[in-house]
Write a protein that binds this ligand. Structure first.
Ligand code: SF4
Ligand code: SF4
Length: 117
């Protein structure tokens, strides 16, 4: 399951640097699958639409006013830490499980491998 940031976010920015997948962005920021992952190196040279998404393609911000998590990149910190680091550091407890993105631990491990191996 991915983590999501709720409307209670106070934009302190503390979570952003804690994410091992660079899945957290400030509101209004463009994001890329390749930020903080190995996807650019893995897919270098390929010009298919799918690979452009995985490598250089900038995506529109998921939120404008508050920080957001890219669920496609969030592994709940599986493969790096025992606990979701954003949820641990957030001073207002607004990093919570995203029930719209249910994934098993096995799926999260596969995602981590896809992003980094
Ligand atoms: Fe990043 Fe971990 Fe938070 Fe997911 S749970 S956004 S991987 S810090
Ligand atoms: Fe928002 Fe919490 Fe992240 Fe601060 S740590 S930016 S309050 S989600």
């Amino acid at each position: 399951m991915s983590i999501k940031i709720t409307e209670e976010c106070i934009n302190c920015g503390a979570c952003e640097s804690e994410c091992p997948n660079q899945a957290i962005y400030e509101g209004g920021k463009m994001w890329r699958m390749s930020d903080g992952t190995n996807l650019l190196k893995k897919n270098k040279g390929s010009k298919s639409k799918k690979n452009i998404y995985f490598t250089s393609g900038f995506q529109i911000p998921k939120k404008q006013e508050i920080y957001f998590i890219v669920s496609e990149k969030c592994t709940e910190c599986v493969g790096f830490y025992e606990e979701p680091q954003c949820a641990m550091i957030c001073p207002v407890n607004c990093c919570v499980l995203d029930e719209n993105h249910l994934e098993s631990k096995e799926d999260l491990l596969k995602k981590k491998k896809f992003l980094h191996d």
